[in-house]
Design a protein around this ligand. Structure first.
Ligand SMILES: [Zn+2]
Length: 183
């Protein structure tokens, strides 16, 4: 996992996540999008805004597991037919970027809560290119319902935006873990 909680101002900045923030204790990944201020750059996988899964030339997407990126793109094409636009808030992250996110979460929430939100670089599936954070909330809802057709599964109950390839296309997703600390 890996998805830090946002400060309200940054959540607002992207115009998303408000509903999720209201219902979830650990808030969305959108802050990861805005974290370039911590010194990380695009080459670390930092994104300054949500991006289309079809954008090329971004390490956050280019360094994803190709099978994962292909699944997300196929899902995005099909979601569009349902009037839902899938966007990527975070994808591949360098160990440095992941560590920054963890440090921020610890500073903000203390280490116990941070562990439920952000994994260290050596355990994060974002660092291995095997996780994506998807938004906005209606896209998350669409993927919760249709993701298994592409092998895409919500892994953590407290992160409706975090998806990984966890089943064969058309298969059944494994039970969700309560949060990243359970993985
Ligand atoms: Zn994530």
């Amino acid at each position: 996992m890996s998805c830090p909680s946002p400060r309200p101002s940054k959540t607002l900045r992207f115009g998303v996540g408000i509903a999720a923030a209201a219902v979830l204790t650990a808030v969305p990944a959108y802050r990861a999008v805005a974290s370039a201020a911590d010194g990380t750059t695009a080459s670390d996988g930092a994104l300054d805004r949500p991006v289309s899964p079809f954008d090329d030339g971004r390490p956050a997407l280019d360094r994803l597991d190709p099978a994962l990126l292909a699944a997300v793109r196929q899902a995005a094409r099909d979601a569009r037919r349902d009037g839902v636009e899938l966007q990527v808030n975070s994808g591949w992250r360098s160990p440095r970027h992941q560590q920054h996110l963890l440090d921020e979460a610890v500073a903000e929430h203390g280490s116990d809560e941070a562990r439920r939100q952000v994994l260290p670089p050596d355990r994060s599936s974002h660092v291995t290119g095997r996780a994506v954070d998807i938004g906005p909330v209606e896209a998350d809802r669409w993927l919760q319902r249709h993701g298994p057709a592409y092998g895409l599964c919500q892994v953590y109950a407290n992160e409706i935006w975090h998806f990984e390839l966890r089943t064969a296309p058309g298969g059944s997703c494994p039970p969700r873990l309560p949060d990243a600390s359970a993985g």
